[in-house]
Write a protein that binds this ligand. Structure first.
Ligand code: AMP
Length: 399
């Protein structure tokens, strides 16, 4: 079975064609500047095929982008399938599933309506995600489409974890609650960690998805019991450009002082805050590392703040679960930032976390970085959201 995985943004669309018989990638790439002019990148993963790198292709809408993807996939010379009919289904990443979706689902009219209902909860992503689905329906009529939600994995949280301490009517009438994001990644790495622990009963795993956007989750027996992001992806630990948890009073205070509109204020919190905001240098952890090494004190402060908040949430989740069997690091910083991992785990020895510096320095897709006698196992596990989307899609269309 061949599955096309789509992650559609407002002006970009990432894709990956997977052969689910052996879970291998046949081709992947990205369409950029959709609605502006259009740039097309195609990377076949089959020997002897030629790549296309950021080539201009007219893409007034997502439909032309999908058409460009299909043209490349079936191209006589550099394609990886003989015809479009070989693609059995498409799996789509959808950011916000609200309270409606606790799992992935085949897209039908009711599902589309429910995704639309979640537009106010995910105003930047959900409309684009639906555009990707509509474009595939238009260009590949009859091919099943599956929606995989970033929020679904977190829907097992108990009420005290997802309830905000504001008037309860906002939950009842307006669905204001903690939802959490990066759910597909948390689901993948928590399941891998349980496997690597030897499938114990009642496993308690803390997943740290640390990338440009970052979130932690606490998982008991592979089910999420808490996560750091909230109604939207602004909450939790500081991120590349997002502020993470702040006191709401700051919003009123700065809007009053500078006359910002709510849009300007939200733009500051989403795009100009986080480690970029503190350092004034960059949102990229490699740049921060370089600047801090060269003596930039604010770059060092940004790193210290990030490490401190992640460490604090690990402690909070160990308390929330009454213990911890494993900590997992994943995503850009989690997988590559050996120094970040070491800094985060510094001072966690009291709760049984002993990092092995030699193991931590090695770059591998999946490995143990704690010492053999560390009561808490610490793993680096490369996340694979596309594989999870393809697996869900395969399962749903096979039923
Ligand atoms: P992601 O959003 O998962 O793609 O992660 C992007 C982040 O990973 C960026 O902030 C990068 O700086 C960071 N990253 C990539 N490589 C490294 C590295 N070797 N050390 C620290 N951070 C890294």
């Amino acid at each position: 079975m061949k599955i096309l995985v789509i992650n559609a943004g407002s002006s970009s669309l990432k894709y990956q064609l997977m052969d689910m018989d052996n879970e291998s990638i046949l081709a992947k790439g990205i369409c950029e500047r959709i609605g502006i002019d259009g740039l097309f990148t195609y990377k076949p993963q089959v020997e002897g095929k030629t790549q296309i790198k950021a080539e201009p292709v007219s893409m007034p809408t997502h439909s032309e982008a999908i058409q460009a993807v299909l043209n490349a996939l079936v191209d006589a010379e550099n394609g990886v399938v003989a015809s479009m009919e070989e693609i059995d289904a498409c799996g789509h990443r959808v950011l916000h599933g609200g309270m409606e979706f606790t799992a992935s689902c085949i897209v039908d009219d009711a599902c589309e309506e429910a995704i639309k209902k979640c537009f106010p909860l995910g105003p930047l992503h959900n409309p684009a995600n639906l555009m990707g689905i509509k474009a595939c329906q238009a260009v590949m009529p009859g091919t099943p489409q599956v929606a995989v939600f970033d929020t679904a994995f977190h829907m097992t949280m108990p009420a005290p974890a997802y309830t905000y301490a504001i008037p309860y009517e906002y939950y009842e009438n307006d669905q204001v609650r903690r939802y959490g994001f990066h759910g597909t990644s948390h689901r993948y790495v928590s399941a891998r960690a349980i496997d690597m622990l030897g499938n114990p009963e009642h496993s308690k795993v803390i997943c740290c998805h640390l990338g440009n956007g970052s979130s932690l989750s606490a998982c008991i027996d592979g089910k999420c019991v808490d996560t750091t992001m909230g109604l939207g992806p602004l909450a939790g630990v500081p991120m590349g450009t997002r502020c993470g948890d702040i006191d709401g009073t700051i919003i009123e205070y700065l809007m009053g002082r500078y006359g910002y509109s709510i849009e300007e204020m939200m733009n500051i919190l989403n795009k100009k805050s986080g480690v970029l905001g503190i350092s004034g240098v960059s949102s990229d952890f490699r740049d921060l590392e370089a600047a801090a090494s060269a003596g930039n004190e604010r770059a060092q402060l940004a790193l210290d703040k990030f490490h401190y908040e992640v460490r604090k949430d690990i402690g909070a989740y160990a308390a929330a679960m009454g213990g911890c069997d494993a900590i997992v690091f994943t995503a850009g910083v989690g997988e590559n930032g050996a120094k970040d991992r070491a800094e985060i785990c510094k001072g966690l020895e009291y709760m049984g976390v002993k990092i092995c510096p030699e193991r931590n320095a090695i770059r591998e897709d999946e490995h143990l970085i704690s010492t053999d006698d560390s009561p808490v196992k610490v793993f680096v596990i490369a996340t694979n959201e596309e594989l999870m989307i393809a697996r869900d899609t395969k399962e749903l269309v096979s039923k």
